[in-house]
Design a protein around this ligand. Structure first.
Ligand code: PLP
Length: 723
């Protein structure tokens, strides 16, 4: 294990009940404590096969599985030589992985970064695995993928986030299609995390002065391969009841809760790293939520006697910022009075600033008393480098924030871009992974680094084999859809013919289109419904049917988004449509994995240019699915005319209504004249040659460019090691 802590040793939590695991499979205990299992070959299956039913009931959490697996299942597997051998193989691979830090990419290419001087990566959400519900959507999943690639590349990196005791909400649609939310309570004892303790075994506590009171914060450590993820937690005895709830819900509270959460993340995070004696080479603010950390770093210096300007300059030289959205509501802003209440006068005095000077740090314009305090302006001002998450988003961000550098031409605004990518071993289906291992080699994920070598290897995969994998994946998805709908009908309506009929819905051989993402106006969920009759004809075509799978959550406070969802839910209640369209409730990382591995086509139709990057389409591409998407975000860089389809045209200036109408027409046309014919045109062996050629081309051209190893290498060379 990479030991980045000196002086503070994370001790084992209470001796686990599972110390009784039979010796033949005792390694499962060790494997369950590090999320590496979730992206290693056979890691997932080796837990699942211990007891499939309990595995599903535990929502794929191996810590709970080991606790709750019945003794008989345990002993049956512990005496099965084939299973014993599998556990041994996974455990050896894990040990080799953890011991191989010296031979990694970063050990050769990023020597300035060390365990003593690592990257400190701050984010408000982390989507490492769906059993750790500390994410809401794209930002969190991206952060999780970033950690996994950092681990694979051997990059010394320490991550800091918050432990939300109620996580993000679970979605349930009422019979009338209205979204309801429920928050579960997570049980830290069931999760692979350990309380951070000092040399005496006492929990490490740091203190924060927030809203006029002291708040105690403790921290938990989660292992993500070689990377430690620290989660700050205010649910500590002795804290005011309200303060214990600061780390209660992800994006669930009011503005004030959000502000104090961000203080705990930014200020508390810096203080925690100090206690752990970690001296980061660079602080990476992944989105503005953690921007208060720059104030804390400045305060450390001003309290030591450095003047504010000099202190701020030094802080700037060590901080890098990534902005993730051009949508206004995505940038946190607070009323001056709220900032004043949460921080208190003592904080800006310690910086040597007046109230106005302090507030102006978070204002784009400066000087306007009414202007809110924004975390994005603060981060842009206090970081040496800033970037958007696709080339287009970089461009859009330069325009959006030109007001902070009014004397500069828009091209000179200091915001660059690093395009998002996804962690290939996490997202690729086991079946396709096996094909890559066979045809590209065991080190296929590293070959992705070399686009030419990758392309040559993928060109050698026979079309029949690719098509076979794609067909099996679709069948699997149809079985998954049927099972989900069946279970949900059983719960809502009880047993009977209605529930039973779910087991016959959808067609394993029909063109299957996925549409899953947050429900937000700019994502245009309704675009496909613009002409319901035209859509109905497509879905119900007797020769060439199309089926649609939807999933996604609306923000609990976004009534407009909930209405959109209800519209979709009610539309698909039509008895005929119901056979060809489905909404899968409670979208999460596991449902995302099911969909991106198996759909034929991934549809994405955001209003341009509001999709900063988008990553779900990248997950689909790595699996050989085809994107049907508006030319925005990553797709502008990925689309080459032969690896998917483009919806709409780029850069037309027109009204929103015109753009929506035009894009809807373009979407229907692409489906009717491009997608559907290509899918159903078969050769004498039943293979759609043209389709499979596009599939191959997608894997060949998109996988090397849009995976997170490439992204983390870019961050390392251009941002972390840059000046
Ligand atoms: C990948 C992913 C996202 C991001 O989707 P985009 O709409 O492409 O940004 C959101 N939620 C989950 C669960 C994901 O896996």
């Amino acid at each position: 294990m990479v030991q980045i802590i000196r002086g503070v040793v994370p001790l084992k939590e209470e001796a686990a009940e599972h110390s009784t695991l039979p010796e033949t499979i005792a390694a499962l205990e060790r494997l369950s404590r590090n999320y590496w299992w979730s992206w290693s070959p056979d890691g997932h299956a080796v837990f699942r096969d211990l007891d499939q039913e309990v595995w599903d009931l535990c929502e794929h959490n191996p810590r709970r599985l080991l606790k709750e697996v019945p003794q008989y299942s345990l002993m049956r597997m512990a005496t099965d030589p084939v299973y014993i051998e599998r556990v041994g193989r996974v455990a050896r691979a894990f040990d080799e992985y953890m011991a191989s830090g010296a031979e990694t990419w970063a050990a050769r290419q990023a020597r300035a970064l060390t365990d003593e001087r690592p990257v400190a990566y701050f984010c408000a959400e982390f989507g490492v695995h769906h059993s750790l519900p500390l994410y809401s959507g794209g930002l969190g999943i991206l952060a999780g993928d970033h950690l996994k690639s950092a681990s694979d590349l051997g990059l010394p990196l320490v991550a800091v986030g918050l432990l939300y005791h109620h996580g993000y909400f679970r979605q349930h649609l009422r019979r009338d299609g209205w979204q309801e939310e429920a928050y579960h309570q997570i049980n830290v004892g069931d999760l692979p995390m350990q309380l951070v303790r000092d040399g005496e075994g006492e929990p490490v506590r740091i203190e924060l002065f927030v809203r006029g009171r002291n708040v105690n914060v403790q921290a938990w450590r989660v292992e993500v391969g070689r990377v430690p993820l620290y989660l700050l937690d205010t649910n500590v005895e002795g804290n005011n009841e309200i303060d214990r709830l600061i780390t209660g819900h992800l994006y669930g509270g009011d503005r004030e809760t959000r502000c104090v959460q961000e203080m705990v993340l930014g200020i508390g995070g810096v203080r925690l790293l100090r206690r752990l004696e970690v001296e980061p080479h660079v602080f990476h603010l992944n989105e503005g939520h953690s921007a208060f950390l720059t104030l804390e770093l400045t305060r450390e210096l001003t309290e030591a006697g450095v003047g504010f300007d000099e202190a701020a300059a030094r802080v700037r030289s060590r901080c890098a910022f990534t902005t993730h959205t051009p949508v206004a509501a995505g940038h946190d802003e607070f009323l001056a009075a709220l900032i004043e209440k949460c921080f208190g006068e003592g904080y800006w005095s310690a910086l040597g600033l007046s109230r106005e000077e302090f507030l102006n740090l978070g204002r784009a314009g400066g000087g306007d008393d009414e202007e809110l305090f924004g975390l994005t302006p603060l981060a842009l001002r206090m970081c040496r480098s800033s970037n958007g998450v696709s080339k287009k988003h970089g461009e859009v961000s330069r325009e959006l924030w030109n007001k902070m550098w009014p004397e500069r031409h828009v091209d000179e605004v200091p915001i660059t871009s690093v395009t998002n990518g996804v962690h290939a071993p996490t997202w690729v289906s086991p079946l396709l992974r096996a094909l890559f291992e066979e045809r590209v080699g065991a080190g296929w994920a590293e070959v992705l680094h070399d686009a030419d070598a990758w392309s040559r290897a993928v060109a050698r995969i026979p079309e029949e084999e690719l098509w076979k994998v794609r067909r099996l994946q679709r069948k699997r998805l149809v079985a998954f859809v049927r099972e989900r709908v069946y279970q949900s009908r059983l719960r809502q309506h009880g047993p009977g013919s209605y529930a039973e009929s779910a087991l016959g819905m959808f067609d394993p051989d029909a063109l299957t289109i996925g549409f899953a993402r947050r429900v937000a106006a700019y994502k245009r969920w309704g675009l496909i419904l613009t002409d319901p009759e035209r859509l109905r004809r497509m879905l119900l075509d007797a020769e060439r049917p199309v089926q649609l799978v939807f999933a996604g959550k609306a923000h609990p406070q976004d009534q407009g988004a909930k209405l959109i969802l209800q519209q979709i839910a009610q539309w698909k209640m039509d008895p005929e449509i119901m056979q060809r369209a489905v909404f899968i409730q409670d979208y999460d990382q596991e449902i995302a994995r099911q969909l991106v591995q198996s759909v034929d086509v991934w549809m994405n139709v955001p209003r341009r240019p509001l999709e900063a990057s988008g990553t779900s389409g990248e997950k689909v591409a790595i699996n050989g699915g085809l994107n049907l998407s508006v030319l925005d975000g990553w797709w502008l860089e990925g689309y080459d005319g032969r690896n998917g389809w483009a919806v709409g045209e780029e850069g037309l200036s027109e009204t929103i209504e015109e753009m929506d109408r035009r894009d809807a027409e373009s979407l229907y046309k692409a489906l009717e004249t491009g997608v559907v014919p290509a899918f159903y045109e078969r050769d004498e062996r039943g293979v759609p040659r043209r389709w499979v050629e596009m599939t191959r081309r997608a894997i060949e051209t998109l996988a090397p460019a849009f995976n997170s190893d490439r992204m983390v290498r870019d961050y390392t060379l251009r941002v972390y090691l840059g000046e």
